[in-house]
Design a binder for this molecule. Structure first.
Ligand code: NI
Length: 166
């Protein structure tokens, strides 16, 4: 069990664009294991590598839905977004204390590699679709507060000044 430190908003690493992993190896698998440990330790449903200070394109997700298994994904890409959108509440382990409703495409098709370097194809809806989009956003330096209206973002950032960890 190896829990890594979660970076908090304001840390520049969260705004960097993460790099693709050229070849999945033992180091990648250790990163995925540590990210699962870190996510479960923090009671999260998803985590992206930049949140533990690693600028590589790796995410882990486990929305705890029936028949959804935990996924550790390398170089994930959204191939298709649905036209229909859904509104749902989001938070982020890097922005503790803030939550808001975010509108996103309701369904996505994602391709990635698994921890063995094998291709994975995922057709997701519901919470899994939301978590996948949230985590893949992290790989491009995008946070959920960037996905709300400018007015709501202003309110969230004001609140952040009061609740952010020292
Ligand atoms: Ni997040």
């Amino acid at each position: 069990m190896s829990v890594r430190q979660i970076r908090i908003m304001g840390d520049p690493v969260l705004r960097e664009k993460a790099q693709p992993i050229p070849a999945v190896d033992e180091e990648t698998r250790r990163l995925i294991r540590d990210m699962f440990d870190t996510m479960y330790d923090a009671d999260g449903v998803g985590l992206a590598a930049p949140q533990v200070g690693v600028t590589q394109r790796v995410i882990v997700v486990d929305p705890h839905e029936q028949d959804a298994k935990p996924l550790g994904l390398v170089n994930p890409v959204v191939l298709k977004f649905s036209d229909d959108v859904e509104r749902g509440e989001e938070g982020c382990l890097s922005i503790p204390g803030l939550k808001d409703i975010v509108e996103r495409p309701a369904e996505v098709v994602v391709e990635a590699l698994d921890g063995d370097g094998k291709p994975v194809h995922i057709e997701a809806d519901g919470l899994l679709a939301r978590v996948l989009q949230h985590e893949i956003d992290h790989l491009d330096g995008i946070l959920f507060i960037d996905r709300v209206s400018p007015l709501k973002r202003k309110l969230l950032l004001n609140r952040w000044q009061k609740v952010k960890p020292e």
